[in-house]
Design a protein around this ligand. Structure first.
Ligand code: HEC
Ligand code: HEC
Length: 217
């Protein structure tokens, strides 16, 4: 396989789209602008079977074989490429069922903010990623995966296991929809990131540009 940008265009774009915008049919999330440290963390997790090895995890099983073909060098290069792509503001979809954003805000403040930060921009030192830039259907699915033991169950995975514990505080289906709707509301207005892209100098959406998540390792 080729490196960096070439690799993204020839391999990743097939499922994550040429702009890294994701593909709802395949349930492949938008990854554009995700911090390089987090992309590396996840590609390594998929490669070593911490993620994407549960027999019921159809999407993880689609992603894992790709990661298993990547060398350390390729993981680094493609992670830098992903980080350099402008983050795309997701639109709410029909996946969200009668969410109560105020309830979601309450839950987020109580149970999520300490690791993912008040604006969901993530925190490198905790290994907790930004939650902005991700589609509602993907967020809902990942919460389910943590809760049901498809993700975050490998005892050698400090970050996944932390998040699995936290997912238990999302006690009902309703609160899951509430908190995801609130997370969506933290995104910059749509169109914003397109402007940023046109600007050329701005790598990721505003509110995300000073965070530690930009520190590639
Ligand atoms: C065959 C389709 C497919 C290809 C090709 C593919 N992916 Fe994925 N990827 C997925 C799916 C589906 C998921 C969602 C997995 C889940 O639900 O846990 C995913 C998840 C991810 C995640 C986790 C995102 C997050 O927020 O945790 C990263 C990072 C990622 N892919 C990066 C890449 C990169 C980089 C490439 C190219 C080297 C690539 N993918 C190629 C289908 C694909
Ligand atoms: C104790 C710290 C901590 C708390 C509290 C926490 N998280 Fe997380 N979260 C993490 C970490 C660490 C990860 C990365 C897991 C990994 O590497 O697989 C994560 C990952 C996630 C993901 C997956 C993102 C992706 O790109 O796939 C979602 C969704 C998420 N958290 C939502 C939440 C929600 C909602 C709450 C509040 C109910 C919450 N988290 C509370 C630490 C935390």
């Amino acid at each position: 396989m080729a490196a960096g940008g070439d690799l993204f265009g020839s391999v990743c774009a097939q499922c994550h789209g040429p702009q890294g915008q994701g593909n709802e049919q395949l349930k492949a999330p938008s990854i554009a602008g995700r911090p390089a440290w987090y992309v590396m963390q996840q590609l390594r997790n998929f490669r070593m079977g911490r993620r994407g090895s549960h027999p019921s995890d159809a999407q993880g099983l689609l992603m894992a074989p790709i990661a298993k073909q990547l060398s350390d060098e390729q993981i680094k290069a493609v992670a830098r490429k992903v980080e350099s792509m402008p983050q795309i503001t997701p639109q709410m979809t029909a996946a969200l069922q009668s969410p109560d954003i105020e309830e979601g805000k309450f839950l987020f403040t109580e149970r999520c903010m300490e690791c993912h930060r008040y604006n969901a921009s993530g925190e490198l030192t905790f290994g907790s990623p930004p939650l902005t830039g991700l589609q509602d259907w993907y967020l809902l699915a990942q919460i389910d995966k943590f809760k049901t033991g498809m993700r975050g169950v490998d005892p050698s995975d400090p970050y996944g296991t932390k998040m699995k514990l936290s997912s238990q505080f999302i006690e009902s289906d309703q609160s899951k929809h509430d908190v995801v709707a609130f997370i969506l509301s933290l995104n910059p207005p749509a169109g914003h990131s397109a402007d940023a892209a046109a600007d050329g100098a701005v790598k990721v959406a505003e509110g995300n540009s000073n965070g530690p998540q930009n520190a590639a390792r």
